[in-house]
Design a protein around this ligand. Structure first.
Ligand code: ADP
Length: 446
């Protein structure tokens, strides 16, 4: 299998190695050239000191040598005639034709090989110059450098192999771990099995482990959302089942035989009540869905909470809840928001307070401003909520006591909280079982 993850690093490593080799080659050529010229100059100058022209004759001291290290020597006249020493046979004619250049090191190609030549003036003989010529074959002198160069190539290639091999092993491990993640994702996608999680172990690469745990956290949230969705569908079906069953039964009863007018009236009343209940549920669900999808166009305006509370409470009293006394304690409370949404919240809180009060009880509704916020506080002295249930009351379809709240759907408080949050506010609750509850809606003060 090709590990695409290593292709680019491998290509760049190979390119870098090639570039390093070319650089070594260029530098070593220049270094070899410099070193050989230095060597031939040193040997020629040293050897030159053993030669002199005395009384028109060439004197050769004992220290003179025709071969020193790799350099060979001949003594020449200006016209190229050799006085002492000799050229090897294969390069003789080329060397003889090569012009004398005093104190200059030059390269020439003879018999397919490169030679370095250096001439040093000894003196004058017979009116003409006399020179010592040192020459050496490049391949004799540069073998050490070439070995070093080869050594460098081998070392670089070895390092390249080690790095490539290491990279390949790393890539294999990374690919394997990524492949596992992909397989898990594929499995979740095709089977919608939200219980699966990506492997996240200590020996894994940190970055991959971080990616896997981030994916797992996302899957946790998705699973929770899926579960809520399923729960939501089953709750809606459950809430609709009873009213639909009642409507069907009433219709069945009316169709069985001809009934008198009062029977039909009763049937119609029952169907009306159940339809109204279904209508309330559908309206609340629609509100939720619109708020969830941010499809509610908020009509922002300055709201006087004292006025709104007053009108909501009057409406409640008119509805016939006169066994419960509503006491208003109204102080200035101004906010901004959508009046139709804020009314829904206040209505819910007041209706709940009335619903869960003891007969002939009292509900206190207070408005005011505190710490830069406007508030509406609804206090009842009714049945209260158990502490362990308190945290659930804002969950959709949650009812603390099914039998006491057969009419409700458990949607009022979650909807109210959603609206409060949409306005930048919150709802606080305090409750004691058997003593009552206090719900406070907080909204930013205008
Ligand atoms: P519903 O719309 O059915 O009344 P809510 O969401 O408004 O549902 O309330 C959820 C549950 O919280 C209610 O079923 C009830 O058990 C509890 N609850 C809400 N308000 C009060 C209150 N003032 N006193 C006691 N229990 C309450």
């Amino acid at each position: 299998m090709i590990h695409y993850i290593v292709i680019w690093p491998a290509i760049s490593m190979i390119c870098m190695t090639l570039m390093m080799m070319i650089a070594i080659r260029l530098f070593s050529n220049a270094a070899v050239d410099y070193e050989i010229k230095r060597e031939i100059r040193k040997s020629t100058d040293n050897n030159r000191r053993n030669l002199s022209v005395v009384n028109g004759k060439l004197e050769i001291a004992d220290g003179f040598s025709y071969q020193s290290d790799n350099v060979s020597f001949v003594v020449l006249k200006r016209n190229g005639e050799i006085l002492a020493g000799e050229y090897p046979e294969n390069i003789r004619s080329d060397m003889e034709n090569f012009p004398i250049r005093n104190n200059l090191s030059s390269a020439l190609v003879c018999d397919g090989a490169t030679y370095y030549v250096r001439d040093a003036r000894i003196g004058r003989m017979g009116g003409k110059g006399l020179f010592l010529r040192g020459f050496l074959k490049k391949s004799d002198a540069d073998s050490v450098y070439r070995k070093l160069e080869m050594g460098s190539y081998l070392m670089i290639s070895g390092m390249l192999c080690v790095v490539l091999f290491g990279t390949l092993i790393l890539a294999k491990r990374i690919s394997k771990e990524l492949k596992n993640m992909c397989q898990t994702a594929e499995h979740i996608g095709s089977n919608l099995d939200m219980s699966q999680r990506m492997r996240c172990e200590d020996h894994m690469f940190r970055e991959i482990a971080v990616l896997a745990s981030a994916n797992n956290r996302m899957l946790d949230r998705l699973e929770q959302t899926f579960r809520l969705q399923e729960q939501f569908t089953s709750d809606v079906a459950h809430e609709l089942r009873t009213p639909v069953a009642v409507v069907l039964a009433q219709c069945q009863y009316a169709r069985e035989k001809v009934r008198d007018a009062s029977d039909y009236q009763e049937v119609l009343d029952a169907i009306y009540r159940q339809s109204k209940k279904m209508n309330t549920l559908i309206t609340q669900l629609l509100k939720f869905s619109r708020l969830d999808q941010d499809r509610v166009q908020m009509q922002e305006e300055v709201l006087d909470l004292m006025e709104i509370v007053q009108s909501v409470c009057e409406e409640q009293q008119e509805k016939g809840n006169d066994t419960i006394a509503i006491h208003l304690h109204l102080h200035e409370a101004v906010t901004t928001g959508d009046i139709s949404l804020i009314i829904i919240v206040i209505q819910n809180l007041v209706e709940n307070a009335i619903k869960f009060s003891y007969p002939d009880g009292q509900v206190d509704v207070e408005t005011g401003e505190n710490s830069g916020q406007a508030y509406v506080r609804v206090t009842d002295y009714g049945i209260g909520i158990e502490p362990e249930k308190l945290e659930n009351i804002f969950r959709r379809f949650y009812k603390c006591d099914q039998s006491r709240n057969a009419e409700g759907f458990g949607l009022g408080l979650p909807l109210s909280l959603k609206i409060a949050k949409k306005h930048g506010g919150r709802i606080d609750v305090r409750s004691t079982v058997g003593k009552g509850s206090e719900f406070t809606l907080w909204l930013p003060k205008k």
